[in-house]
Ligand binder design. Sequence first.
Ligand SMILES: [Zn+2]
Length: 332
Amino acid sequence: MFKRAFWAAACVASAACGSGAPAAPTSSTSALSAPTSFVITSQQVFLDRNVVALSWSGGASTYKVFAGSTAGASDLLSADVTGTSYTWTAPRTAGVFYVRVAATSGGQTGTASTELPVYTIDLRNVIDALYFGYGPMSDANGRAPASTVAVWPDGATIQTLVTAQTGAASLTAAQTFVADYLAASSNFISVPISTTATTYTGVALQDIPENTVVVRVDNSVCPQPGVIACAYYGPKPYGLGRSTVNLNAAPTGNTPDSWKAIAHEIGHAFGLHHLVMNSSGRAEFQFLMNPALVASQLSAVEKTAIAAARAGGIRAGTTRSEAVSLGLVLPQ
Ligand SMILES: [Zn+2]
């Protein structure tokens, strides 16, 4: 039985629900004033680490940056820094850590800044969610993992047809997704994209040629209230080796969410499942495959996961236990 992936209007909590930890008091009695404007300027996620860039303002020339596994702790980092920025290489594992900075002078350490929580992401959980629909970053809610990944076979040519009825923005959305996906996965397939005057409305999935993805307007596949689009997972054996992306209505200038949905649904057509993160509101974690449609194209984290999955050996038909053996997902 083939699977359909739905996008529903309110199926996931807001991604912007992070909460700040209270600032820990410092025992220092130094007159050195606390740095201000302490912020996380960026966070990158790799298979073996998170990289957290910090910056602040202050009148001192030297500082100490602290990171701890609990509020106020410094068990992970106590670094002497010249200047008002620092890049912390944080653990690869998922967790919440606490960072703060204090001015130093003449061997004294001043009052600490506001303390910030850092929500680290384990890229193995990203791969698990995207490729198996499983783990803490999926929206599986107790569902079993997919038996195998849905990844097109190496060297395949995947014809992608965008019907003219879905509009010029659909073509652009498809082109951008495919370019990002192929760049991340070392061009292991080729994906020619073209427009067609044929609407394909009402054409059964089984009648779509193999290794073809059709982006069309067709409200017969997912007509449920609140759903604007859906797609079939494409690659075998999880899918039928073909896919349709089905928009319930042609996008218009007033419904940008429809365009956002196109790359998301093509993601499903290319085998990707949902990816969610609710404990941080950071822009880096606005994922394309979040069903709340918080992004219009693949995020850097998703691209890194796709690259790591490819480089680490995930191929068409890879099972989850094989991915565990490859070190690409956690046993959980
Ligand atoms: Zn979806």
